[in-house]
Design a protein around this ligand. Structure first.
Ligand code: FAD
Length: 400
């Protein structure tokens, strides 16, 4: 039974939800905040140790494991769609890359009606959120809850990759978060003291220590209770029991790209014809809910390397044990680094502009990041096999 009442009920303890709940707890010490999370609370090793973080998303229990519908433009292929289902959400299973996106994108959001989202308006929040190992300055802050540090993964292929970028005519920069349009460098990562800096660690846990933030984990939000046009509470299912969490002030939905619109629709907020066809009573006619999603495909190009320059060497048991011992004793070494160390932005076609205009061709080719080598278990011993992933930066436009 949920005897307790809360002022704010935040749905989803992911990247956004932990920040919202944590900041509310900090700014309103007298307020009582409930944070509802479908996943579990315990953060295992793969969600903490940066060097093995690439397997965090492969555990079915901490991932919603979605598959897309067949994508017409990809010959009808279905794609895997990862989304974290654990305290910290996707920020507990993601690649920890800290790349802000270009100012042009934020400015276009603002021009399209998203008040408060121009780059000048969001930059102070980026700075406020981070403690960047570079220290405070024009681009960075040094006393926020979220740790950020530049990748220092010590592999020859990282330096070779940057040298090749330079030889190809791209600027090689020290800091990719200085509004770089095209260029390559070592990527900043959400890592502090050798550990992943998820929003769970940076924001939610601090709120819980303050005593006014309660986490309801392994609780699925099934419906937002709407009375007289206002969200009053959230129906949750926990351990098979359905109960209602009431909010004195606000319900804040942070369930992620897929689950937020899904929960809105389950609550009667969405396109009326669609809701009615599923027997869901309409609470609000909102035709755009569940539409207009944009995302970017991520793909890998794999190369066989003739030199032992990649992370392949860590597959050797002696090296792996040495690396583990070093991490256990000092918290440092390769395990304390992200597996994606270098990258940058480029256009796939020089004729494309830099702005995010309405030309759909410009969007997906505007910027790319290229992670460095990763080992591929089971690869022929003759070769150290490197892997270069590549993904366009997301260009999603939040609705005005
Ligand atoms: C594998 C992977 C790698 C990534 N790599 C990077 C990277 O390196 N750098 C980067 O910037 N971004 C990366 N991203 C993207 C980034 O993590 C997401 O954009 C970000 O976490 C989205 O935040 P969110 O709060 O919207 O959703 P999430 O962080 O996914 O949080 C949503 C939360 O809501 C919970 N939830 C959903 N529905 C319900 C419900 N009905 N009831 C209760 N709880 C619910 C979920 O369990 C989850 O915890 C990556 C994402 C993934 C999955």
């Amino acid at each position: 039974m949920l005897a307790k009442g809360w002022d704010y009920v935040v749905i989803g303890a992911g990247a956004a939800g932990c920040v919202v709940a944590g900041r509310l707890s900090e700014m309103l010490p007298a307020a009582r905040i409930a944070l509802i999370e479908a996943g579990r609370e315990r953060l295992g090793l793969t969600t903490k140790v940066p060097g093995i973080a690439f397997i965090a998303s492969t555990f079915a229990r901490q991932n919603w494991n979605y598959q897309t519908e067949p994508v017409p433009a990809l010959n009808g292929r279905r794609l895997s769609w990862f989304q974290g289902r654990i305290l910290g959400g996707s920020s507990s299973i993601n690649g920890m890359l800290y790349l802000r996106g270009h100012s042009l994108e934020y400015d276009q959001w603002a021009q399209r009606g998203c008040q408060g989202w121009s780059f000048d308006q969001v930059l102070p929040y980026f700075k406020k959120a981070e403690t960047n190992s570079r220290g405070a300055g024009e681009w960075h802050g040094d006393d926020g809850p979220m740790a950020v540090k530049q990748s220092r993964l010590d592999l020859p292929i990282c330096d070779a990759f940057l040298a090749a970028a330079g030889e190809s005519g791209y600027p090689v920069v020290d800091d990719l978060n200085t509004d770089v349009v095209e260029g390559f460098g070592r990527i900043d990562t959400n890592i502090g003291n050798g550990r992943r800096a998820s929003t769970a660690v940076a924001f939610a846990q601090a709120g819980r220590r303050r005593g006014n933030l309660d986490l309801l984990s392994e609780a699925i939000a099934a419906r937002i209770v709407i009375e007289n046009g206002r969200a009053k509470g959230v129906e949750i299912i926990r351990q098979g029991v359905r109960e209602t969490v009431w909010a004195e002030r606000e319900v804040i939905l942070c369930g992620g790209t897929v689950n937020s619109p899904q929960l809105l629709m389950l609550s009667g907020v969405g396109p009326p014809a669609h809701l009615t066809s599923l027997g869901i009573p309409v609470a609000l006619d909102a035709p755009e809910v569940g539409r207009n999603l944009q995302n970017h495909p991520s793909y890998s190009l794999r190369y066989a390397c003739s030199q032992p320059v990649t992370a392949y060497k860590y597959l050797n048991p002696a090296a792996a044990i040495g690396m583990g011992l070093r991490y256990a004793l000092t918290g440092g070494g390769s395990l304390a680094e992200s597996y994606v160390a270098t990258g940058g932005y480029m256009r796939s076609d020089p004729s494309l502009g830099y702005d995010c205009g309405d030309d759909p061709g410009a969007g997906d080719a505007q910027r790319r990041r290229v992670p460095p080598a990763r080992p591929i278990p089971g690869a022929p011993r003759l070769y150290r096999v490197g892997r270069f992933g590549s993904a366009a930066q997301p260009r999603t436009y939040p609705a005005a």
